[in-house]
Design a protein around this ligand. Sequence first.
Ligand code: 4AD
Ligand code: MG
Length: 480
Amino acid sequence: TRRTKISELLKSEQTNIDVHVKGWVRTKRGNKHVNFIALNDGSTINNIQIVADPNSISEDILKKVTTGASIAVNGKLVESQGSGQSVEVHAETIEILGVADPEKYPLQPKKHSFEFLREIAHLRPRTNTFSAVLRMRHAMSFAVHKFFNEKGFNYMHTPIITGSDAEGAGEMFRVTTLDAKNPPLKEDGSVDYSEDFFEKETNLTVSGQLEGELGALAVGEIYTFGPTFRAENSNTTRHLAEFWMIEPEMAFYDLEDNMDLAEEFLKYLVQYALDNCADDLAFLESRLIDEEKNKPANEKSEMTLTEKLRFVAENDFERVTYTDAIDILRNSKPNKKKKFQYPVEGWGTDLQSEHERYLVEKHFKKPVILTNYPKDIKAFYMRMDDDGKTVSAMDILFPGIGEIVGGSQREERLDILMSRMTEMGIPHEEMDWYLDTRRYGTVPHSGFGLGFERLMIFVTGLGNIRDVIPFPRTPGNAEF
Ligand code: 4AD
Ligand code: MG
């Protein structure tokens, strides 16, 4: 017999029907006369209650129904007498599929800390929080494809192994078949890559953008959605060494068009979560409310998770230039001491995340799109503004997160692009393929990158990026 998923059973309009369910036991309670089993199969955050009568189910079987065990139940779906659920299953037979020794099973029916659960990443999807995250990652991935498909964008697969450094930040993981500790050397002492697999130096990609531009300048509008890798040694709650990025790239878009698309995209994704992940969001929200009970009043958030999501989905983002933002920060009084931990040095320096969060959370109290950054703190491909000092960059800053999107209009003018590359020490020969797009039929174009896990932090309300990806890779940590 085929099983019915618990998500379906809980919605069933028919009762007094024979059903077959399978899943993992969350808890069992009861007495000599009756047993209540909370069963979960991951199709929903909610459990179904199995009612087992010790007169019809043997003691030997019931003994093995412990937290974590997997079981198959045949029984009748009936309206529930108890509060908290509308239907329950009265078991006729229970088959033990797999036992879970209660003395050893690490996921006991109690609250575990996220730190503990990170150490058992192989089992944590079986908890409420992590199963919710897994389902929501799927829902948000699907929404990404749906959004772009409806707009006529093409999903483009860009290489994972590349020879270029798109961001020019030198934060790449080397890919090599050479003996890394003892590579063959040329006469001048440099590594002899002619013996390497690709016969050149290669890395894991830090961004699919440059290849994405090639697609946009052929079919108009593309997006990538794939893993990206950064060997930046930042041990923060916002950085991973392996993360997923969505990078749309559009021909004939200027910076304004780019911002409009990015804002529409983020609002769409957040609204999609509200519309399609209601049960998981309700659970995550109650988790947060629980967590905040112990916090002092001034640290409690003003909005619940769903209120926060609704606010972002329904209100326009603030658009400000970098130059105006610096003025705001200089004239601000962030706390009683009236100081930032990192003072705003002045025009030309990069913003720290405390500055970004001040702008979003204290000053504007809404998402902010910061534009026209100084050229020296941005990548070589960004379009030079007429003032010769700033570039047509845009970063989107979100509450609780800081930067969630980075993008720009691209430099489409061959001569200016080449002199920018010279200025930044990027050899032209290696990027000749990129320069060809500017040599032949160049057009104004723009794009941006959304960090998928930063989005997931926002929609789940979780505080650490390690908890919104199944297998986090961070400095010193690459389990499995
Ligand atoms: O700002 P970034 O470095 O921009 C790019 O890579 C461009 N090529 C994007 C484009 O224009 N096509 O990264 C884009 C976004 C960031 O805003 C952030 O959300 C995320 O990627 N991101 C990270 N997420 C998790 N861990 C990291 N180490 C990240 N680095 C960037
Ligand atoms: Mg950035």
